[in-house]
Ligand binder design. Structure first.
Ligand SMILES: Cc1cc2nc3c(=O)[nH]c(=O)nc-3n(C[C@H](O)[C@H](O)[C@H](O)COP(=O)(O)OP(=O)(O)OC[C@H]3O[C@@H](n4cnc5c(N)ncnc54)[C@H](O)[C@@H]3O)c2cc1C
Length: 393
């Protein structure tokens, strides 16, 4: 057992850290204010070869794996969670294809992600079905039109989809079985292309944070999907969902980086700010708050890196779920706590848009909701504890 990064991953961290400091940091506030998609940062990531971190070399990626992507996202999230989300979107919709897709699907849809020629988004949630995915109403019915046999016709609306506007293709889930059934075998994952007839972007959301990458609706109006665009097999929801388990460390990295960025910023501030004839960093009450978050950051980093390592080993099945969920739960709750502390340590200044603290605070809250809320993660952890899947004697 060792805790050092490999030389390749240590180099990756250094180079992304530099890119984040030089290119992401100066843009973060502007992206939040304008809400405009930061095409320049996408280009910077493309030039730095960061869009294919978790894709294997044979598909045009760099093979840095989930741990590599996790480390890159941690660095970028110190300054902008929008930029971190752009990197995350190289894995969220591609995960099910990597895990369960056909060779043909991989060849057709994945190399373009690594080169930046294609972007993708992930459509699971619906207005009435977020945590409760089995409540989805998007339907896929067999296409019986002559010449299209074996294909499917999809109708429904997906919502809150990150990157919906920029995406060229979507991983979309729909009920192929009886729509009143709630078992996983009634749900299938499909690849849907943006330019297909019947595919359109509906309304986009006015968001509290992580502005610049839109979330919004994907409307599917009798969209013809060929049989070869079924991911895995019909009713193969379980396999495709493994992609989400493997995402936990990547979402956790967004929280971890945000917490580090917020603590770094607040620490510099308290060393300068004076009150009662001292800097406020001299007060024990302030020091302890900083120390407590520092402990939590290290705990989150260990949980997150271990989760990424597990995912890279292909260990994201049921027995590993609690460990993956712990990373997501702890790191994202920490992001809310750390950014809240940063606002508090800066006082009124921290509440104003003159400092990035208020933005971090708004951005952090998203992380405890997306890709399985904190309550959903706690449920998964508890199932592992009750089932003695952990370190029980
Ligand atoms: C900014 C943003 C981006 C997003 N991007 C995407 C995306 O790209 N693709 C996509 O498919 N979705 C996306 N989502 C949707 C996200 O995955 C859902 O919001 C999430 O799964 C929670 O679903 P919900 O919002 O419907 O909340 P609900 O499921 O309605 O939950 C409401 C509350 O009840 C709690 N709750 C629910 N069930 C239980 C339970 N069994 N026990 C205890 N508490 C429970 C929840 O924890 C939560 O606090 C995004 C959301 C946001 C905010």
């Amino acid at each position: 057992m060792h805790f050092d990064l490999s030389p390749e991953l240590a180099d990756l961290r250094q180079s992304v850290r530099r890119l984040a400091q030089e290119q992401v940091k100066p843009r973060a506030r502007d992206i939040d204010t304008t809400g405009e998609y930061p095409a320049d940062l996408f280009e910077a990531f493309r030039q730095a070869d960061l869009l294919g971190l978790c894709l294997p070399p044979e598909l045009g990626g760099s093979g840095a794996g989930i741990l590599g992507l996790t480390i890159a996202i941690e660095e970028v999230a110190k300054y902008s969670n929008t930029a971190a989300l752009m990197l995350l979107l190289t894995r969220l919709p591609t995960g099910p294809v990597l895990i369960a897709g056909s060779d043909e699907q991989k060849r057709r849809y994945l190399p373009g992600i690594a080169t930046g020629e294609l972007r993708a988004a992930f459509g699971l949630s619906e207005p009435q079905a977020g945590s409760d995915v089995a409540g989805m109403r998007t339907r896929a019915v067999p296409d019986t039109t002559p010449g299209h046999e074996g294909g499917w016709i999809l109708t429904g609306t997906k919502c809150w989809m990150s990157g919906v506007r920029e995406a060229d293709w979507y991983t979309v889930f729909a009920k192929t079985g009886d729509p009143t059934r709630r078992d996983h075998a009634s749900i299938t994952a499909f690849i849907v292309e943006r330019n297909w007839e019947g595919v359109s972007v509906g309304r986009t959301d006015a968001k509290m944070g992580v502005r610049g990458v839109d979330t919004g609706e994907l409307v599917l109006d009798e969209v013809r999907v060929p049989a070869e665009n079924v991911i895995g097999e019909v009713g193969g929801f379980r396999l495709a969902m493994l992609g989400l388990n493997a995402m936990r460390p990547i979402v956790a990295a967004r929280g971890l980086g945000l917490a580090e960025g917020a603590l770094m910023y607040a620490t510099e501030y308290v060393k300068e700010r004076e009150a009662f004839g001292h800097t406020i960093a001299d007060f024990q009450g302030i020091q302890w708050e900083i120390a407590k978050v520092a402990v939590d950051i290290e705990a989150a980093r260990l949980l997150t890196y271990r989760a990424a390592w597990l995912a890279d080993q292909g260990k994201f099945g049921r027995e590993h779920v609690p460990f993956l969920s712990m990373a997501k739960y702890h790191a994202t709750e920490l992001a809310v706590r750390a950014s809240g502390l940063a606002v508090q340590l800066l006082g009124a200044a921290g509440y104003m848009a003159d400092h990035p603290t208020e933005q971090w605070y708004r951005d952090a809250k998203q992380l405890t909701i997306v890709e399985g809320t904190s309550q959903v993660q706690l449920g998964l952890i508890a199932r592992g504890v009750l089932g003695h899947d952990l370190w029980w004697d």
